[in-house]
Design a protein around this ligand. Structure first.
Ligand code: NAP
Ligand code: F7E
Length: 327
């Protein structure tokens, strides 16, 4: 039986990937860090109806001994390293914590694999943020990196460690350079979910204004459900490699807002304001991914359109707000 171990199992991608792997017949194990709010810790897994099917293990990406212990217990055939301090804005507030978790955490995971189970296949959650001040109009695996935040710098270290452990020790370690991907399970602090939650509250009369930051930033947004399939495909290849995963379409925050408000017959101009508290010390102005290699080698394409994604997110938030759910 195939047995997967996921870090970041309680996050957006961890929940969708767990559901995907369970549907493929995997035994799924996940790492969870101790929390004072343990009653809501597995809320996303519960939302997808799989909380009782995933085996959770106490540990922390920053604690190498906990990773070694869990790998010795689980003996996984595949490992997906999804855990990170993943909110870019917070990475300026907590740069050292971001480095410890997002950069050194990945090195801990690679070391644990090298020591305990060097033949286990490994996936590292790299990010389009590594392109930052983009050096090419469309970013591919060949595009030079130019990180613009402590988060992006930390991800770049983790990315090169994944490449290095492949080249140094022959690990089957692959890196997915994923562009932004969203869903109803996206954290509320990210702009897409902040917008769809705001749209729902405004539509239901609980809010009148939504304050955002840079409306001109452009992102290549896909659906998390499509993107976790690409993670799995990477680990099914004979050879480890790096892949850009994206839709090939870029849209501004302003346009995302316009589509989301229009979905409930409202106009964004009547409700959205700009608040400089949400601006960043250094911005990533525009990202646009070239997923040609993933299409050719993995037979992967993004299946959900942006309009479908936004519709699903707004519907889910209308439902949540109506039921007064917090997630
Ligand atoms: P997310 O929802 O923020 O989830 C992050 C996960 O990491 C959570 O399960 C969190 O646990 C866990 N975590 C944080 N610190 C930890 C620690 N010290 N030890 C163990 N676990 C820890 O992120 P996501 O959107 O699912 O993204 C998954 C991964 O892909 C992340 O590495 C992210 O940086 C990367 N990525 C995301 C995107 C995107 O657009 N979503 C694009 C490219 C790359 P708690 O629940 O306890 O907080
Ligand atoms: O910002 C702008 C903001 O926080 C997107 C993470 O998953 O994707 C994500 O990082 C854009 C930025 O995501 C607000 O300035 C405007 O230009 O939703 P975000 P992100 O920074 O792109 C990458 C690929 C990852 O790897 C990360 O882990 O939207 N923006 N107004 C705003 N952003 C936020 N959060 N809030 C606003 O009010």
């Amino acid at each position: 039986m195939k047995r997967a171990f996921l870090t970041g199992v309680t996050g957006q991608d961890g929940a969708y990937l767990s559901r995907f792997l369970l549907s493929k017949g995997y035994e799924v194990h996940g790492l969870v860090r101790r929390s004072a709010s343990s009653d809501v810790m597995d809320a996303r897994l519960k939302w997808l109806g799989i909380a009782d099917k995933v085996v959770l293990h106490d540990g922390n990406l920053t604690d190498l001994s906990s990773l070694i212990r869990v790998l010795q217990e689980v003996k996984p055939t595949e490992i997906y390293n999804l855990a990170a301090q993943s909110f870019v804005k917070s990475s300026w507030h907590q740069p050292l914590l971001t480095g410890t978790v997002t950069a050194l955490g990945a090195a801990n995971m690679l070391e644990a694999i090298r020591i305990v189970c060097p033949s286990t296949r490994f996936y590292q959650a790299s990010s389009s943020e590594m392109f930052g001040l983009a050096q090419e109009k469309m970013q591919s695996e060949q595009t030079p990196f130019y990180p613009r935040s402590p988060y992006a710098a930390a991800k770049l270290y983790a990315h090169w460690m994944t490449v290095n452990y492949r080249e140094s020790f022959g690990l089957h370690s692959s890196s997915g350079i994923l562009f932004n991907h969203e869903s109803p399970l996206r954290g509320i602090e990210f702009v897409t979910r902040k917008i769809t939650d705001g749209v729902a509250r405004i539509k239901l009369g609980l809010l009148t204004k939504l304050a955002l930051g840079n409306l001109d930033a452009k992102r290549d947004w896909g659906h998390a459900q499509d993107y976790v399939r690409a993670m799995w495909l990477m680990l099914q290849q004979d050879k480890p490699d790096d892949y850009v995963i994206a839709t090939g379409r870029t849209v501004s925050v302003r346009e995302f807002c316009r589509i989301a408000f229009a979905y409930v017959q409202l106009k964004m101009e009547d409700h959205v304001s700009v608040d400089e508290r949400f601006l960043r010390p250094a911005e990533v102005d525009v990202l646009l991914g070239n997923p040609a290699k993933a299409k050719e080698k993995l037979n992967w394409v993004a299946e959900t359109t942006l309009e479908e994604l936004i519709g699903e997110m707004v519907e889910a938030d209308l439902e949540r707000v109506r039921r007064n759910k917090h997630l």
